[in-house]
Design a protein around this ligand. Structure first.
Ligand code: SF4
Length: 725
């Protein structure tokens, strides 16, 4: 097959690994591309489709897939650079063991024997629950499933959680409460059909730069755009209406919009009566949220609140999306529920061009939260407290139900338990706590109190550098399995090459430890497909039902939307056309009262500090900070502030500025820009100490979802004379 013929044929349906010869025209001069491996990006929740170019056992390049509906040939800078981590010189090639305070190379047998001995010693002395497992959402769903099982069956501990707890779990919590299921309700293609798009707390152009083209398609059709954000982001600059909401006050803004919608009678009364419950409770709760009342809380002028309600209410088809800006709050779940109330009240859900959803951040942000990696969950989005679910999953796992541990606590709560000396050891895979946990001046000493920390990673992350044992794992191109993207579309990651040196594939490491712990009969997997087949069965009958999904179906259909309960079922792209997933099929309104952020500005700390991402980096930056082009574009973090605030503090653009909160301080370059509220500071979060914004954030949690309040705390800033970063 010629290169041109293959690349420029969008209708090409093949998912085969394609054989190729030397590319023509010096496109890769002197390099032979043996094959193209179809897969998806290593990074964000969009999960753009791509081909990895493979030469021998090296990934040497990338091509976007023109024929895939997720990205239609687009990639952002991170997607273009992702392959460079595969053969990166920083890859961990051998296990490391801490000896005399230093990490030194060891054999696998020595490292794994040590892990097993220390885990057994700790559990013998302190009980099963002295160990914790901490996973992530950038791994395949098979691995996420395996980690939940490893905690509960391999170690027998109740303590397992994942780093989506730091990401979008407030949205998950709201989805369950309102809809009875946790998934976005419609595919990307529906976005282009909307007449109005309302985006709350999402810097979509920067964080999901490929998904944005669905928004632009709608704009090309004349769709209106409303953006609520403390910063005038790139997307907000193009909007019909920008609502510059004060950090931590979103529910007041959303309640006021619902107030106007009710007063102006933009309600879909037939939909409310037929498909929902408890509208009256929500309506009563927003009665006092007049635009003027809300303006005094959220800082958005009353006339803009009214205008937003009119734009939304007058649009026949409208969609509301949010991301971490709405979710990272002590009221995160309630913020999301306030947004859902607007969607339900106007009946703008469950039909083409209408809908609601969170834009998940991590590559497998959706799949990672479906199959038992969460502290309160068993596979299939089942509750671990549900006796029937416990019995069913215990049966699939082949253990007596009495041996199934009860629910545990969130990862930030686990840090509390480390601090108190309750947790003694942890097995950590696919996360980087020492960048991502809030209030690091509290979290780092807590982590250091562990008697034994095991980290599986492919680079020596900030957290791995503190571990007692570091096990060299695999990058995404070295394994296969499924992930679920922002749409809830289950797609396939394919293996391109073997891990380098003595690095091993993550699931094999987990199974090997389980075997050495004497639990091998429960972890006798020979491939990701074998894990997936068990996952399918474990999820059967649950809300996230994967039973009817196969690798072959995923590849043939370019993704399968769950639930897919039977092999002959095509999947469910639109979730809510006929019903919601509570027992009576109805969605539920929730009355929401605004509550302030845990910490609000005062005389000593007079500004809000908020955090977020930039296009060139992913999560803790452990991967993207090593990739030359990405690092060259964003080599260090900065503190963004309005010119009025900067002038008041005598700070000029490019100066070093010291930002302080009650938890700590950091010194960063000042970026003075008119695109942020004058009372708010913004710092991106992809860097570790001493430049980590999480040295400043507060470890206050949403009581319903246990998500931390990364997006609002009280801070002060001053010019840092002569300070180096
Ligand atoms: Fe990868 Fe997300 Fe960029 Fe697509 S938008 S290339 S999935 S980082």
């Amino acid at each position: 097959m010629s290169v041109d013929k293959f690349i420029f044929q969008p209708e090409d349906k093949t998912y085969e690994f394609l054989e190729r010869g030397t590319p023509p025209g010096g496109w890769r001069a002197g390099m032979t591309i043996d094959r193209l491996v179809p897969t998806h990006c290593a990074f964000c929740g969009v999960q753009c489709a791509m081909y990895l170019e493979v030469s021998g056992n090296k990934v040497v390049g990338v091509e976007p897939r023109l024929d895939h509906p997720i990205n239609e040939g687009r990639l952002c800078p991170k997607g273009v650079a992702a392959y460079q981590q595969v053969n990166h010189p920083d890859r961990l090639l051998k296990p490391l063991i801490r000896k005399n305070g230093r990490l030194v190379e060891s054999t696998w047998d020595e490292a794994l024997d040590l892990v097993v001995k220390r885990f057994q010693d700790i559990q013998r002395e302190h009980g099963k629950d002295a160990l914790a497992v901490y996973g992530g959402s950038s791994i395949t769903t098979e691995k996420a499933y395996l980690l939940g099982k490893f905690a509960r069956v391999g170690l027998g501990t109740r303590y397992v959680d994942y780093n989506g707890r730091l990401c979008m779990v407030a949205a998950a919590s709201a989805n369950f409460r309102a809809f009875g299921i946790d998934r976005i309700g419609q595919p990307y293609a529906d976005i282009s059909l909307a007449d109005c798009l309302f985006v709350v707390g999402s810097n979509t152009t920067e964080t999901f730069p490929v998904a944005i083209h669905f928004f632009w398609k709608a704009r090309d059709r004349g769709a209106k755009l409303i953006v609520a954000d403390p910063r005038l982001t790139q997307m907000a600059r193009t909007a019909d209406l920008h609502l510059p909401v004060l950090p931590g006050t979103d529910s007041a803004l959303l309640n006021a919009i619902l107030h106007v919608i009710i007063k102006e009678d933009y309600l879909d009364r037939e939909f409310i009566a037929r498909r929902t419950r408890d509208f009256d409770k929500a309506a009563a709760a927003v009665e006092r949220y007049t635009p003027e009342y809300a303006q005094n809380i959220c800082g958005v002028p009353a006339e803009k609140i009214v205008a937003a309600a009119h734009l939304w209410g007058q649009s026949a088809k409208a969609m509301l999306f949010h991301a971490r800006g709405l979710e990272h709050h002590t009221q995160g779940t309630e913020n999301c529920l306030a947004a859902i109330n607007i969607v339900l009240a106007t009946g703008k859900i469950g039909k083409p061009g209408c809908g609601y959803g969170t834009l998940t951040g991590q590559g497998n942000g959706q799949g990672g939260r479906e199959h038992g990696q969460k502290c309160d969950q068993l596979p299939g989005q089942r509750s671990i407290e549900d006796p029937e679910a416990r019995k069913y999953v215990a049966g699939v796992w082949g253990i007596p139900v009495e041996e199934m541990p009860p629910g545990g606590v969130s990862i930030v709560d686990m840090f509390e338990l480390m601090d108190k000396g309750v947790l003694k050891g942890m097995f950590s895979l696919c996360n980087n706590s020492l960048v991502s946990i809030p209030n690091l001046n509290w979290a780092i000493p807590a982590l250091r109190k562990l008697e034994f920390l095991v980290v599986v990673d492919f680079f020596l992350s900030e957290t791995a550098a503190l571990a007692d044992v570091v096990l060299p794992g695999s990058v995404w191109a070295e394994d296969e399995g499924v992930v679920a993207n922002q749409e809830g579309r289950v797609i396939k990651i394919n293996k391109a090459v073997d891990p380098p040196g003595e690095a091993r594939i993550d699931w094999q490491i987990v199974c090997d430890i389980a075997r050495r712990l004497g639990k091998g009969q429960h972890f006798d997997f020979s491939s990701p497909r074998a894990i997936f087949d068990e996952l399918r069965l474990a999820s059967k009958g649950g809300r996230a039902d994967y039973y009817g999904i196969s690798y072959e179906k995923v590849e043939a259909q370019k993704g399968v939307f769950w639930p897919c309960p039977a092999p002959d079922h095509p999947g469910t792209p639109r979730l809510f056309d006929d019903r919601f997933y509570h027992a009576d099929g109805r969605a539920i309104f929730h009355p929401i009262e605004f509550k302030p952020a845990f910490e609000i500005p005062d005389d000593e700390y007079p500004y809000y500090l908020t955090t977020g991402r930039v296009v060139y980096h992913y999560l803790s930056g452990n991967q993207t900070r090593r990739l030359g082009f990405l690092l060259s574009q964003a080599p260090e973090p900065w503190v963004e502030m309005h010119p009025r605030l900067a002038a008041r503090m005598g700070i000029r653009d490019g100066d070093r500025a010291r930002v302080r909160t009650r938890r700590g301080e950091v010194v960063l370059r000042a970026l003075v820009a008119r695109t942020i509220r004058p009372d708010t500071l913004f710092i991106p979060y992809h860097w570790g100490p001493p430049r980590a914004v999480n040295l400043l954030t507060v470890n206050a949690l949403d009581p319903l979802s246990r998500i931390p309040e990364f997006k609002a705390c009280a801070a002060t800033v001053e010019r840092a004379e002569g300070a180096a970063p």
